[in-house]
Ligand binder design. Structure first.
Ligand code: SF4
Length: 486
């Protein structure tokens, strides 16, 4: 097919669409990408597509009419994986020239038309604010053989009135804001997702009412920097207000929120853990480093002591709270002394789990503008990652062991994550890694989530999907809890 100049789309008027066929989605990256893939998938299934999860090998995608990859740019590695996946999709397109290939997400936003140069067989490049229109873009490619480039700003992404019921799911995520106003030196998100935009307060509550009406028992409110929710709304609103309002949705058993920024965490949020009975005791707030010198260089806006004060406040407000973190090792100029402070932070914060990454120099980040040299040698980065993972595993084993002997309510969301039709996400995402672990463990049983958002495995002997049941914890590892039904 002769590549034509892509039609740059800003906002397009909606045409009624009907379509038939099979669409596959592969997802790389964060929880926001997992949700965007679900919403893009729901958008296509609404117009008649049979939507399935891609598998990294490309097996079973031979019958595809549409293949989409939702990409991540947070590390070079994630982009390489997206391009190798596109290579596999291209082999299928050679057998079926009608196949539509779409690139969504942060790499699409960052690279734009460059993707057409590197992969001329791609039909659609749709940025982080355009996945809600994927059905229309597919129809245009199919009917007019146009190539679509859609990376402009599109406010519909935060004010979409098309709520997507995701059948059979009891635990769902709702994006309440997108983008980020922080400019952490290592991060590409402000460039790929833009400034913070909050979804209108009443829209969020209405969306949660519809999802709970559709069978959801647990809702997780999602935002790259969720503590800033409502900052630009008129009148200004806060995350704590939103939590109080959503918690009152009839039939909602469990409410969660991710991801918090230590510099924006407000005291009233800790009160919310005391005041809202169905707000789950779980807080994911990445420290990224334990060294004050590195935290300044990262432009994180807090110190080791500030962070530990927040940890203490969280435990004071909610003693049974489960904390989770993200940490980068090998940030430019990081010394052994800096790294020792990071180990100290993990020992003292006592995260139940933490995601650990090596620093990856990225374009379109403040670090690039500051010409920060990626000067920590790869072998030192790898040694530090292994050492931090070893320390964190000890901490996780200690923290999870405290649950043994306790009885707790567990929401059984799904039989075996690896077989979930749309949700299977690649292992390069946190969810994908956890899913692989769970799938391996629950051959005969069920997996669910504790109030602290820990995976709990039981041999139930009956299908409890969608139910909340009391479980007595009998065993714990550094990754999960095991128990029996009461
Ligand atoms: S808070 Fe920092 S790390 Fe998080 S999305 Fe914003 S810029 Fe990136």
């Amino acid at each position: 097919m002769v590549p034509q100049e892509p039609v740059a789309l800003q906002t397009a008027n909606r045409e009624p669409l009907t379509a038939r066929g099979t669409a596959f989605i592969e997802t790389f990256g964060c929880q926001m990408n997992v949700l965007d893939s679900e919403l893009a998938g729901a958008t296509l299934s609404e117009v008649g597509f049979n939507v399935k999860a891609a598998n990294a090998s490309g097996r079973g995608m031979g019958e595809a009419d549409v293949i989409m990859v939702n990409t991540c740019s947070v590390r070079e590695h994630a982009e390489q994986k997206a391009y190798s996946f596109l290579g596999r999709a291209y082999r299928l397109k050679k057998q079926n020239p009608e196949l539509v290939i779409a690139v969504l997400g942060c790499m699409a936003q960052k690279e734009g038309a460059l993707i057409f140069k590197r992969a001329p067989y791609v039909d659609i490049v749709a940025g982080t604010q355009h996945f809600t229109k994927i059905d229309e873009y597919v129809a245009r490619v199919k009917s007019k053989r146009e190539r679509i480039l859609a990376i402009g700003r599109d406010d519909e992404v935060v004010s979409a009135k098309r709520y997507r019921i995701r059948d059979g799911r009891h635990s769902l995520q709702v994006a309440v804001m997108r983008g980020c106003d922080h400019h952490c030196t290592f991060c590409v998100v402000p460039n790929t997702r833009g400034m913070e935009q909050s979804k209108p307060f009443d829209d969020v509550v209405k969306e949660c009412e519809i999802l709970v009406g559709g069978g959801a028992r647990e809702i997780t409110l999602l935002g790259q920097n969720i503590d800033s929710y409502g900052k630009r709304l008129t009148p200004r609103r806060t995350l704590a207000e939103l939590l109080h309002a959503v918690a009152k949705v009839p039939g909602l058993d469990r409410l969660r929120f991710i991801t918090s920024h230590p510099a924006d965490l407000k005291p009233e949020l800790f009160n919310a853990f005391k005041e809202i009975p169905n707000l789950m005791p779980y807080l994911h707030f990445p420290a990224q480093s334990g060294s004050d010198r590195i935290l300044r260089a990262m432009r994180r806006g807090y110190t080791f002591d500030d962070y530990m004060r927040l940890v203490d406040k969280a435990r004071e407000a909610c003693p049974e709270i489960g904390l989770a973190g993200d940490t980068i090792v090998g940030f430019p100029t990081e010394t052994d002394t800096d790294f020792e402070r990071t180990l100290e932070l993990h020992r003292r914060a006592e995260y139940q789990n933490a995601f650990v990454f090596t620093y990856s120099h990225r374009e379109f980040t403040p670090a690039e503008k500051m010409e920060l040299k990626d000067d920590v040698p790869e072998h030192v980065k790898n040694e530090r990652v292994n050492e931090l993972l070893r320390v964190q595993r000890e901490v996780s084993e200690r923290v999870l062991a405290r649950h043994v002997g306790k009885t707790m309510p567990v929401l059984f969301d799904r039989k075996d994550p690896a077989t979930d039709p749309v949700l299977r996400v690649s292992e390069s995402t946190e969810a994908g890694f956890a899913a692989k672990h769970e799938a391996r463990i629950t051959k005969h049983g069920l997996s669910g989530r504790s109030p602290q958002n820990l995976p709990v495995h039981v041999n139930a002997g009956r299908d409890l999907t969608g139910e909340i049941a009391e479980v007595r914890i009998t065993r714990a590892t550094g990754l999960a809890l095991y128990g029996e039904l009461c």
